[in-house]
Design a protein around this ligand. Structure first.
Ligand code: BG6
Length: 486
């Protein structure tokens, strides 16, 4: 909508008294302000029920920025914070959206303005809030664009995701809806396409002829903490696989898009998801860490998995027959997210190594976090030996190569993209549906099928249950230890 390009923008955050606003959204907007990247005249309105005024709201946010930003400065805050105001309203009350409209038009904007609505609320409010926005004329694009960001989880299963989409589409067009998956905003996740398609040396070997298998690990050392109430109804597949892990898989395995245009990228991602063969229950492992049931909000006899591992296959020309192993869990030994491309062993080893023990096939490891970077492992001759070989690492670390840059938080980039109406890092409805189509049968199989693997237990601080090691072992593979193999 080019005619609205240079208009001021108002960002309205629904659920503004919550943790996400204080920890992520406001610090990210503040960083964008410091970097002079916010459109001129950007205003931020917090919508929540608490009896706050502008001053109390700003003070609450200031403390958040002091805690969660590495670049807090009182002078910058003083320049930024007058843009923020507070509107007391109830998400379920239609009348409050009409009042909000008057407030935006007459107090905040005083003229034409684009608007970004951010649903940082509990998921049960996504559809009602969209409905009320429509009812109050707040989705109408006559005087500027009106876009809406929806947080995850997007539905609880395929049916509820479809219903939510229908209810959003009753008010907003698909092009107005931005479904956030913060993993897509991580620098290292964005770099996957650069690594693959801005270099010529990787792409020719990025296929079934050279790749033996792929491992994607998203491990967390934290346990469920105070989020037991939500987590116990979700479990690790809904919380991490349906979104973050499948997104990382899509970026790693998709075909090159024709451009970086949002739909070009998202077409390729959904094609990849469509090529995934339905996942066999025998290729899944589910487990719960010891002590999970004592966490507040968790049922006494909870069967909710806090760890899962899967093996899947992508049935297309590039990947046919190559196993992809995905795992994620809470209360593991480290916070580490890695995509590892394990290449095949050479067809013949003519060095007559005394033993194959020290010989490892090449691995390319993309470290998403915490030590962001890329490692390429290859074999080299041990000096002063006759035929001993050892694996060595060629390493790239963002922290060494970009010493003048602070790694931005994922939300910083995503908010900026939404303000520019660039949806390439947001999930389109078809890929969300397809992701649920892959995940739903595993969840229902685990709950109902006699063939389902039993819920295993694991000790907090371990790498998961023994069953998880058996999964890759069946094809002669072993899990790596985490980023860079360390
Ligand atoms: C969220 C999940 O989407 O991602 C959390 O709901 C998880 O359970 C978090 O802890 C992990 O995100 P990050 O960026 O810390 O890896």
């Amino acid at each position: 909508m080019p005619e609205f390009k240079n208009q001021p923008v108002t960002i309205v955050i629904f659920g503004a008294s919550g943790d996400l606003t204080r920890r992520k959204l406001i610090p990210s907007l503040y960083h964008n302000f410091q970097k002079k990247r916010l459109p001129p005249n950007t205003k931020i309105v917090g919508f929540a029920r608490r009896p706050w005024d502008d001053t109390a709201f700003r003070e609450h946010l200031r403390e958040g920025v002091i805690t969660f930003s590495k670049t807090f400065s009182q002078a910058d805050w003083d320049a930024f914070s007058p843009r923020i105001t507070y509107f007391k309203g109830d998400l379920d009350t239609a009348e409050d959206y009409h009042r909000l409209r008057e407030y935006l038009l007459h107090t905040v904007e005083n003229g034409l303005a684009n608007r970004l609505y951010y649903l940082a609320t509990a998921p049960k409010f996504y559809a009602p809030a969209a409905h009320h926005l429509g009812g109050a004329g707040l989705a109408n694009q006559n005087y500027g664009w009106r876009n809406i960001i929806v947080e995850k989880p997007f539905g609880h299963d395929l049916a509820s995701a479809e219903t939510l989409n229908k209810r959003l589409h009753a008010v907003f067009n698909e092009s107005q809806i931005y479904r956030i998956d913060h993993y897509l905003g991580k620098e290292t996740a964005q770099n996957i396409l650069f690594l693959r398609f801005a270099n010529t040396i990787f792409e020719p070997v990025w296929n079934r002829r050279y790749v033996d298998h792929v491992q994607i690990t998203v491990a967390e050392n934290v346990d469920v903490g105070h989020r037991g109430g939500y987590y116990d109804t979700a479990g690790v597949l809904r919380d991490m696989f349906q979104n973050h892990l499948l997104q990382l898989l899509s970026l790693s395995a998709m075909e090159p898009p024709a451009s970086l245009d949002a739909d070009a990228v998202r077409n390729e991602k959904v094609k990849l998801l469509q090529s995934i063969r339905p996942i066999d229950l025998n290729d899944t492992v589910r487990a719960q860490y010891d002590g999970y049931r004592n966490a507040p909000g968790v049922a006494e006899n909870s069967q909710t998995p806090t760890y899962a591992a899967l093996k899947l296959f992508v049935d297309n020309w590039r990947w046919k027959g190559v196993p992809f192993y995905l795992r994620s869990g809470k209360a593991l030994p480290a916070k580490t997210s890695e995509i590892a491309i394990q290449f095949q062993a050479p067809p013949d080893i003519m060095f007559h190594l005394k033993t194959n023990d020290g010989f490892e096939p090449n691995t390319l490891s993309i470290c998403i976090q915490p030590d962001e970077g890329i490692h390429l492992k290859f074999e080299t001759k041990v000096p002063d030996s006759v035929r001993e070989s050892r694996s060595v690492d060629m390493e790239f670390h963002y922290s060494d190569s970009f010493t003048d840059k602070v790694m931005p938080d994922a939300y910083e980039r995503l908010l900026l993209d939404a303000l520019k109406a660039d949806a390439s890092l947001f999930a389109r409805s078809d890929s969300i549906h397809r992701a649920w189509e892959l995940i739903d049968p595993i969840i229902t199989g685990w709950e109902n099928s006699p063939d389902a693997p039993p819920l295993a237990q694991y000790a907090p601080g371990s790498w998961g249950p023994a069953e998880a090691d058996e999964l890759p072992a069946r094809m002669g593979h072993i899990w790596r230890l985490g980023c860079g193999g360390h």
